[in-house]
Design a protein around this ligand. Structure first.
Ligand code: ZN
Ligand code: ZN
Length: 169
């Protein structure tokens, strides 16, 4: 969804509900579940504030199983007109939270995509208490209770020892 800055009313505009974004993400496996944005402007500076809920497929960093991550992201972005070619603009400290727009247009879909991606966990976990893979035999300890002793020392040696035990049986 692209809005024209010149068409934003003085009192601002509210965009609510996923129906405003029929194809919000380039990655079709990402799902927008809810969105609520307020777009307002002050001169040629545009403020987009609100929140979004999305679900995106992830792979658990502990057990390596795919799962769906729920992302709830706050949106607080300020857009300023992009400086013309050859024009220098002083970068202030608060420009870190600013974005630029061109040709009187702001792509709210692209903003949602960025904010959703930023909301993804650095270390995805299918659940907080995920038990992960057994360092000895490699089973998913969420679904299989293996008889391996708790890992002591270097798990790579433990895996080799298990293999050696099997070979000598
Ligand atoms: Zn997991
Ligand atoms: Zn095991």
């Amino acid at each position: 969804m692209v809005i024209k800055v010149s068409e934003i009313p003085e009192e601002g505009v509210q965009i609510e509900g996923v129906s405003a974004f029929p194809e919000p993400f380039q990655d079709r496996s990402w799902r927008l579940e809810d969105v609520d944005l307020t777009v307002s402007k002050d001169g040629d500076t545009v403020f987009v504030d609100g929140r979004l809920d999305a679900r995106m497929p992830q792979v658990c960093s502990r057990c390596l199983e795919p799962y769906e991550a729920k992302v709830e992201a706050d949106v607080h972005t300020r857009f300023v007109p992009s400086p013309g070619r050859g024009e220098e603009r002083e970068l202030g400290a608060d420009d870190l939270e600013s974005d630029v727009y061109d040709h009187d247009q702001i792509d709210l879909g692209a903003l949602l995509e960025t904010e959703a991606a930023l909301g993804l966990p650095m270390k995805p976990l299918c659940r907080e208490e995920c038990k992960g893979l057994c360092p000895s035999c490699g089973v998913n300890r969420n679904t299989v209770a293996c008889a391996c002793a708790p890992a002591t020392g270097d798990p790579r040696w433990a895996a080799l020892k298990t293999l050696a035990d099997r070979l000598h049986r």
